[in-house]
Design a protein around this ligand. Structure first.
Ligand code: NAD
Length: 330
């Protein structure tokens, strides 16, 4: 089976590509063209796992490029996106160009090239602050940031391609994912890198919001499960744990369960505008269990502690930590 992956060199994409090649699928990984011809996190893959991997450089914003490169594939995973919420306040149009037009290019190319399975990646941010929990796929969508709006638009465009052209599209909607290789814009790597660099006073923002965190190995497995699942075309499927914890709970877990010692410096500049902050995300994974035969391996508080410990061990390794020395949160 030949598979095309966009966003392949990023956090989730690299774990997905790694899982796919380990399962012996033939993968073509699209990497955003860059002046260093860096292969991003795909450079972490062991040599033996690169046998079934072909890397190409390009840009999902270029329709002709996407059309030319996506010929003769059985399945396509579309993960390429701009994802930082604060950056979407500064540069909203770039989010439309990448997240909406990029998705249009992928859908249109997949239609012309007759790809049989197209997986579009959504996000729990589209739900906004929970009106009820657990959030199922029928929960209303609330565009609380330009990022969220761009993903809602891309999801709706994808569903319109299913309804209008019968394009075999499925929307996978991960809730907050964490694990090795995630950039420090997200709360967990931000805390773990600050601790690993030896800071005793951690910079943090709002402690109230809660998230349904999923370990990246579980998220990657959910994507893989779509390849064998039947009757998922036109469906939206949450990927989550059915369990949420606040930033404050997270800090307490780091102290009590991982025995880490630190104090906090609350930085107002890290707060999102009130109407834009998503205060609670706690999802239902019933549909994923039913349609994908997937459930998280790392679940509940026990699973979360295990996963956060694995993640911490990864960040504190010197070879990994040095990769984050020049990063900053946006
Ligand atoms: N990380 C999370 O918690 C989370 C949660 C829900 C959904 N998602 C979604 O999962 C997907 C992957 O997110 P991630 O966390 O791995 O982020 P990431 O920033 O690590 O990965 C995004 C990837 O998209 C690529 N990209 C950006 N613009 C591109 C372009 N114009 N052409 C080609 N490639 C381009 C980047 O180079 C990067 O590899 C995104 O669609 C995101 O919206 C992420």
């Amino acid at each position: 089976m030949k598979i095309f992956v966009t966003g392949s060199e990023g956090f989730i994409g690299s774990h997905l590509v790694e899982s796919l090649v380990k399962k012996k699928y033939k993968v073509t990984a699209l990497i955003l063209y860059n002046f260093k011809t860096s292969s991003g996190w795909l450079s972490e893959l062991e040599k033996k796992n690169k046998k079934n991997l072909k890397i190409i450089y390009g840009d999902v914003r270029d329709f002709n490029y996407v059309l030319k490169e996506t010929k003769n594939f059985d399945a396509l995973f579309h993960l390429a996106a701009l994802i930082s919420i604060p950056h979407s306040y500064n540069s909203p149009k770039s989010y439309l160009d990448t997240n909406l037009i990029g998705t249009y290019n992928v859908l249109e190319a997949a239609k012309i090239n007759k790809i049989k399975k197209i997986i579009i990646t959504s996000t729990s941010e589209v739900y906004g602050t929970a009106k009820y929990i657990p959030i199922d796929e029928k929960h209303e969508l609330q565009p609380q940031s330009p990022y969220s709006a761009s993903k809602i638009a891309a999801d709706n465009l994808s569903l319109s391609y299913f309804n209008t052209f019968n394009l075999p599209v499925t929307i996978i909607r991960p809730f907050n994912t964490f694990g090795p290789r995630q950039s420090t814009r997200a709360i967990i790597p931000s805390l773990l890198t600050q601790i690993s660099f030896g800071k005793s006073k951690l910079n943090v923002g709002n402690l109230k919001p809660s998230r349904d965190f999923t370990y990246v190995k579980d998220t990657a497995e959910a994507f893989c499960k779509t390849l064998k699942a039947k009757n998922i075309e036109g469906e939206v499927i949450n990927i989550c744990n059915n369990f949420d914890i606040s930033v404050l709970d997270l800090l307490n877990i780091l102290k009590k369960e991982l025995k880490l010692d630190f104090s906090l410096k609350i930085q107002k500049k890290r707060f999102r505008p009130d109407k834009s902050e998503v205060f609670r995300l706690h999802g239902s994974n019933e549909k994923a269990k039913r349609l994908l035969n997937w459930k998280p391996h790392y679940f509940g508080k026990k699973g979360f502690v295990k996963a956060i410990n694995e993640t911490y061990q990864w960040y504190k390794k010197l070879d990994n930590l040095k990769l984050f020395k020049d990063t900053y949160s946006i």
